[in-house]
Design a protein around this ligand. Structure first.
Ligand code: MLT
Length: 244
């Protein structure tokens, strides 16, 4: 089954251990993670809480950067916020980034019982679809959307739709059972794929960023397939790395 789970709270825990999961927080956590790893970060460790970042920091070999936001704004005292623009090679190259965000990293924590976890975004939609292919016949494929403060986020629906678009384009498999939410995401992406930046500005997540002075990040997060890497999440501890 290929399903889009509209919010982390809607995950069916019973099928998680037989599933490969992709987590989406298009604005901005998953786009930031993909950008950090594309620009040479050694790993991005994922934390639900700011305190857990501070606690872990001393036990990880340098260079280490603490990163994240609350209310879209960088956590006071941290090295980086949650804007992909900050994650340039000269800042993150070779570093362990310890990231905590309001919705995105928490969605990964919610999915951690899955067999495989990937981080998806518009930036790496094709690479993510390619990474899902080998297990399509053996595992459920769940695209889990982080949402914004408990509400469904349209940019995450569009991001999941982009991965489904590439998945279906790569293998036209009439036998693959798509759920209705998967088809909804597919058609949502298909209807806006020529104007992704404009579409991302319309939802609550986009409006929050515009009001917070981060409008340029929307265009950075809208660059379809600008990164050719898939991102896998490892467990114990939760850490994202590029799939080589
Ligand atoms: C989140 O994880 O809550 C978001 O990425 C928030 C943000 O865009 O900073």
């Amino acid at each position: 089954m290929i399903d889009v789970v509209l919010l982390p709270g809607m995950i069916n825990e019973l099928i998680l251990p037989q599933s490969q999961v992709v987590v989406f927080d298009v604005l901005r956590a998953s786009s930031t993670i993909v950008t950090a790893l594309s620009n040479g970060a050694r790993e991005v460790r994922l934390f639900s809480d700011v305190d857990a970042v501070l606690h872990a920091r001393g036990s990880i070999p340098p260079p280490v950067l603490s990163a994240g936001e609350r209310g879209c704004v960088m956590v006071p005292g941290f090295d980086l916020g949650n804007s992909p623009a900050e994650y340039q090679t000269h800042r993150v190259g070779g570093a362990s980034v310890l990231l905590s965000t309001t919705n995105g990293t928490r969605a990964v924590v919610a999915a951690q019982a899955a067999t495989e976890i990937f981080i998806g975004s518009l930036l790496n939609a094709q690479a993510t679809a390619d990474a899902l292919q080998p297990q399509l016949d053996h595992l459920h494929t769940l695209l889990v959307l982080a949402g914004t403060d408990g509400q469904i986020a349209q940019e995450d629906v569009i991001g999941a739709g982009a991965v489904l678009w590439h998945l279906l384009g790569g293998t036209y498999r009439i036998d693959l059972p798509y759920t209705d939410t998967a088809w909804m995401a597919y058609h949502c992406f298909a209807s806006v794929r020529e104007r992704l930046g404009a579409a991302l500005r319309l939802g609550a997540g986009g409006i929050n960023l515009i009001e917070g002075g981060f409008e340029d990040d929307i265009d950075l997060c809208a660059q379809l397939n600008s990164k050719s890497l898939a991102v896998r999440v490892h467990k114990h501890p939760l850490r994202a790395t590029a799939v080589l």
